[in-house]
Structure formats: structure tokens, C-alpha cells
Design a binder for this molecule. Structure first.
Ligand code: SF4
Length: 354
């Protein structure tokens, strides 16, 4: 058994066997003092995912340290599962996958093939040292990579098999691991175990709220009408006056407000100002656009170019005319920053220079 490999890739069967051989079960992970470092490291894995988009790895020299690293992985997954937040799950899955890519890229071929098999991708090493995989697997994993190097025309394909250098193969395995973790979570955690995880769940929940707030263009402060771009001001006025909004305008408003961090309850209030507001009709539409019905991420707000094509670029002002202005969200952020900058300026001396 290669314990170093088990610690590097804790999702392998080999890692589970390593834990089993050391009688490291779920109960001892949650309750035993000897696994306290695994619990600390498990929490750290999730916090690093939130803060750095990547779980760290240091080479571990002893089997005890490697066992702790292996056990920290299920602990981290339990924390993420109990919080049950889609954003956190995706961020965590990505961070574990990025870590694996970094390691796999420099790994020996035996390990590369073992990892890919665990991830459900059959692969083999060609005579020239490249790694080959079936075309359907390649298509599934590479289709979301947009850079030109991943275009089919730039791929080495023969008879339904794709040949890749190790770095590109590892990059595809990153996508495979991300998908695997996302599909496996949340795990069902027995009720009697939840209390042991409560402290770490609270700490990560707070860090998650903080991360979401920092990501929001408004620092989680909701929408301030003074910063709205003229197109959104106009559309909201139309809604308030009971004018029938085209679907593209509703779509623009919902996605824009969602991007500012507003939830369904706040967004529906905006539409409720319309005199002929009918919640039963609006609810489905808004939740669909927000991705709440599909459990997805929802849609992104349209950029200025699309707004113009849809005839929604109403009353563009001087800021809109700037060459770099390409998105209503950029307009909003620029206005916020301008206001902050003005607030920091020292007040002018009313008496003038002495
Ligand atoms: S230029 Fe962009 S931000 Fe300005 S009104 Fe048109 S769509 Fe809105």
C-alpha cells in the first residue's frame, strides 16, 4: 500500500483501505482525541476552498500524518454536506479538484492511470508517453474548457481515441473529480453525529456568509437606486406604472438584482409595486430565471450589447457612453466606487486658501 499516494488522493479506494487497516472509522474520527488533528485539517480544507479556491498540500513523512490527511477528507465532506449550500459544495469540489490537478501533473504514470480509473475514465499510456482516453470522455470533460487549445481541431485524435500530454490529461481529471464530488454531496449524516460537527459547521457557515458578502457588488447591502443604470431605472419605472414588460426586460431585472445579492423575497417585492402584480404568475418566472427550480446557478445579467439588441438600452447617459462601459453591473459598481472616492476626499476649506 502506498500511503503517500493515499494522502495525496484521499478519494482513492487505496485511501479507504489505509483507513480501514488502521481501524479509523467514522465514530472515532468524530469522537477520538487522536483524530482531533484530522478534524482541524478537515475544517481547514473547507475554509481554504472558500478563501483560496484551492486545498493546500504539504508532503507528509509519517504514516500517522498521512492517515490524518486521509481522514480529514471525509470530515470536510461532512461539514459541506451539513451546510447544504450549493455555492459551498461547488467551491469545495473545485478546490479539491484543483489540488489534485497540481499533484497529478507531476505524478508517475501508474498513479495517473489509477486516479483516472477511480474517476471513471479509462486511459492508457501510449508508446510516445502521451496518455490516451476515449473520445466521448474527452468530449464530456473538455467541452466546458473554452480556450483554443481545447478545440477539437487542436486535439490529437485517431480512431476514436484522444492523445494528451500529462498536464492536459490532469486538467481533464480536475473536471472529472469536481463532477464526482458534486454528484456525491450532500452525504447523509446520521443525526447522532451532527452534534460533534456543530462547532465546525458554524465556523464555516460564518466564513461562507462573509465570502458571499464580499462577492456581492454591493457588499451584501442590497440594491441602492441611486447607483442603478438608466436602463434598469426605466424598466423598473415601466413595471411600477403597470406597463407590460417584455420577457427580456423581466429577465434583465431579475438577473441584475440577483447579481447584486438580492434573494427571491426582495426581487418579488420590486415587481409587487406594479398595479397588476400577480404573484402566482411572477413566482414561477422569477424562480426559473434565478435557477431555484432547477437547482442550478441561474442566469447571468445581460451585457450592454445584448440590452441594446433587445431594445432595452434606455436613456444612456455620459457614463454609458464611456468606451469601456459594457455591462449594467459595471455601471452600478462604478457609481458605488465614485461615491466612496468622493466620501474619502477631505472637505474643502470654506474660507479658501490663507
Ligand atoms: S449603456 Fe448599458 S448600462 Fe447604460 S443604459 Fe445602456 S444597457 Fe444600460
Amino acid at each position: 500500500m502506498d500511503t503517500k499516494r493515499a494522502a495525496r488522493y484521499p478519494f482513492l479506494k487505496e485511501s479507504a483501505e489505509f483507513a480501514e487497516k488502521n481501524s479509523a472509522d467514522l465514530e472515532s474520527l468524530l469522537t477520538s482525541e487522536s483524530y482531533a488533528p484530522a478534524r482541524v485539517r478537515g475544517r481547514e480544507r473547507v475554509l481554504q476552498a472558500l478563501e483560496n479556491y484551492e486545498v493546500s498540500y504539504v508532503e507528509l513523512m509519517t504514516d500517522y500524518d498521512r492517515l490524518i490527511e486521509v481522514m480529514s477528507y471525509p470530515y470536510a465532506r461532512m461539514i459541506v454536506s451539513l451546510i447544504g449550500d450549493r455555492f459551498l459544495t461547488k467551491r469545495y469540489a473545485l478546490a479539491e479538484a484543483v489540488r489534485m490537478n497540481e499533484l497529478l501533473n507531476k505524478e508517475d504514470r501508474e498513479t495517473v492511470l489509477m486516479v483516472s480509473e477511480e474517476l471513471g475514465v479509462s486511459s492508457a499510456v501510449a508508446r510516445d508517453g502521451t496518455i490516451h482516453m476515449n473520445f466521448p470522455d474527452f468530449l464530456r470533460l473538455a467541452s466546458r474548457l473554452n480556450s483554443v487549445e481545447w478545440k477539437l481541431i487542436n486535439s490529437d485524435i485517431h480512431h476514436g481515441v484522444v492523445y494528451l500530454p500529462q498536464d492536459k490529461f490532469s486538467r481533464l481529471m480536475q473536471n472529472a473529480l469536481q463532477d464526482k464530488i458534486e454528484s456525491e454531496l450532500p452525504l447523509m449524516t446520521p443525526d447522532e453525529y451532527k452534534g460533534y460537527l456543530a462547532g465546525d459547521v458554524t465556523a464555516v457557515t460564518m466564513a461562507l456568509a462573509d465570502t458571499k458578502m464580499k462577492m456581492s457588488p454591493t457588499n451584501g447591502e442590497g440594491m441602492k437606486t441611486e447607483f442603478l443604470p438608466p436602463c434598469l431605472v426605466h424598466i423598473l419605472e415601466m413595471s411600477r406604472n403597470g406597463l407590460n414588460l417584455p420577457h427580456s426586460a423581466r429577465f434583465a431585472v431579475v438577473t441584475f438584482l440577483k447579481a447584486l445579492g438580492l434573494g427571491y423575497e426582495d426581487i418579488i417585492k420590486v415587481f409587487a409595486e406594479s398595479p397588476d402584480f400577480d404573484e402566482s404568475k411572477s413566482e414561477y418566472q422569477i424562480k426559473h430565471i434565478m435557477g431555484e427550480l432547477s437547482g442550478g446557478e441561474g442566469y447571468s445579467p445581460p451585457e450592454c450589447k445584448t440590452m441594446k439588441t433587445n431594445g432595452l438600452c434606455y436613456n444612456p447617459d455620459k457614463l454609458c457612453e464611456q468606451e469601456w462601459m459594457n455591462h449594467p453591473l459595471k455601471y452600478y459598481r462604478t457609481k458605488v466606487k465614485d461615491k466612496e472616492r468622493n466620501a474619502q476626499r477631505p472637505p474643502e476649506n470654506p474660507a479658501g486658501p490663507q
